[in-house]
Design a protein around this ligand. Structure first.
Ligand code: PMP
Length: 303
């Protein structure tokens, strides 16, 4: 396996950061999780825009532009002979001293890891997932806005631990006001009386690329979609529920806090969206590989 490390492709044992890197010391940095299907990176421009926006929000200057980053992703995939891949992009603040001051970190590290991923076993997509609402709250937008995909995922990990300790594979988080926001690494949708509802980005979620793609797909299929606040009660009375994310794609949720969602089986609208999403990733893959780099060209200069 070869890792992209600041412009070089090196074996994993040579891809090392310093113990003084603020990414390690403080979780100061950002990342992205991207997928490639049949040799083509899915929604690359959207992921790169989110990465560069996360960087901007924390005043981290990524040393290479978006176009170069896109090329580096393809270079890494090709060096590893991967056509279907999970791509992890990491930018750390870089080496500083033991104080917090990020201005002392002058050289951010850019890392790309390409590998395969299977978050959940295949049968779970047919059976659906059991989830619980986590006692751990999602961090509020005025503390650390979840729209920044930062290297500090301890909030999500604590919620994941809540669920795992209670015997559930996944947790659903509420924000400090009690509104449902997202799962530990996925966005959430519910279906109620034929309307698909997902929390708006401002409420404290990562604005998922899969979420946005699913909303577009649903609208194209004539399913009404609303970005609206909702709470635990709405989960309990939902007809269907599912999670979305780059790694898991679309995962039906069939139980929340011990209550069955709808019939307790993955719902028909969820199944239609799962099929449509699979089709989208296939047709996307069918398009000319690297044509997505054209979209990213020019933006790099502004980053
Ligand atoms: N929320 C969180 C907290 C995440 O980490 C992720 C995964 N990136 C998502 C939602 C889903 O986002 P996407 O569809 O862009 O992978």
């Amino acid at each position: 396996m070869l890792i992209y490390f600041n412009g070089e492709l090196v074996p994993p044992e040579e891809a090392r950061v310093s113990v003084f890197d603020h990414g390690l010391l403080y979780g100061d940095g950002i990342f992205e999780g991207i997928r490639a299907y049949e040799g083509r990176v899915f929604k690359m421009e959207e992921h790169l825009v989110r990465l560069y926006e996360s960087a901007r929000a924390i005043m981290l200057t990524i040393p290479i532009g978006m176009q170069q980053m896109g090329e580096a992703i393809y270079r890494t995939m090709e060096a590893n002979g991967l056509r279907d891949a999970y791509i992890r992009l990491i930018v750390t603040r870089g080496v500083g001293d033991l104080g917090l001051d990020p201005r002392k970190c002058t050289s951010p590290n850019v890392i790309i890891i390409t590998d395969r991923i299977a978050l959940y076993p295949a049968e779970l997509y047919e059976q659906g997932l059991r989830a619980m609402t986590a006692p751990t709250q999602r961090v509020g937008v005025n503390a650390l806005n979840p729209r920044v995909k930062s290297l500090n995922y301890l909030n999500n990990i604590l919620a994941k631990l809540d669920a795992l300790q209670a015997g559930y594979p996944e947790a659903i988080l509420l924000n400090p006001e009690g509104y449902v926001v997202e799962a530990t690494g996925e966005n959430i949708f519910i279906l109620r009386r034929g309307v698909l509802v997902t929390p708006p980005a401002f409420v404290g979620i990562l604005e998922g690329i899969t979420r946005n793609a699913v909303m577009d797909l649903a609208r194209g299929m004539g399913i009404p979609v609303e970005e609206k606040l909702f709470c635990r009660h709405d989960l309990y009375v939902a007809d269907e529920c599912f999670l979305t994310g780059t790694a898991c794609e679309i995962m039906p949720v069939v139980e929340v806090d011990g209550r069955p969602v709808g019939t307790g089986r993955p719902g028909p609208v969820t199944a239609r969206l799962m099929a449509a999403f699979r089709e989208l990733t296939r047709s996307h893959a069918g398009a000319a590989a690297r044509s997505d780099l054209v979209g990213a060209r020019g933006r790099g200069e502004r980053s």
